[in-house]
Ligand binder design. Sequence first.
Ligand SMILES: [Zn+2]
Length: 234
Amino acid sequence: MIEDLRRIASRAADRFTRRYWGPTFRCPVCHFLLAAVDADGNALLVCPVCGVVIEIESVYGHIVPVVHDVEVFRPQPKARMHPLATHLPIGLFPFALLGAVVLFVASLVAGWGAALGGRAPVLADATLVLLVLAVVGALPTFASGLWDWNRRYRRRPYRQITLKIAGSIVFLAVGGLAIALHASGAVFSGATGLMQLGSPLGLLAALLYLGALAGNMLVVTVLGHVGGTLVYGR
Ligand SMILES: [Zn+2]
């Protein structure tokens, strides 16, 4: 089962990479996956992980990466803000999703909510707090990531970083929507703390809320995975 899910995820990731990365090759030194399209006008590209300067030669339509030099003066501060800050959204968001799923299951059948022993409003509040902390915590993460891109990578284009910037904007926007839905009382009843699945409007709000959380979980997982490859290599 887990093996199947892994295969499906890796097939989807491969297809996505082929489509949006275009022709790719491995850094000859650290084997990090690089996109030929990220090279500059002189067909030169600096590996974001190991810092070697690569010239992309095209031989009969095949990409042949040639290592010329190592970028020695690239600032590589040891304790960077971005990988530290990222643990706040990545660490807390799954628990906000877990709280929402527990409340959804408790709201499905009249009587199931009783299993929470009247603690549903507390759980709903705790879920909102986790959600706010995860989304607000994504702001310094995003800012420090942009700062790193500016300084450490000198604003060079990398497919991985473009994907991370786009994903971060989606995470903040969708996270903001989920917070608004939760805090406005459209999803949870103030009295019982459960989702109002009986009314069409309540059901729609609940599905939108759960969809936003599930979508953002996928986004934050991809962001963390891609970020991890930029820190640890392939
Ligand atoms: Zn490399």
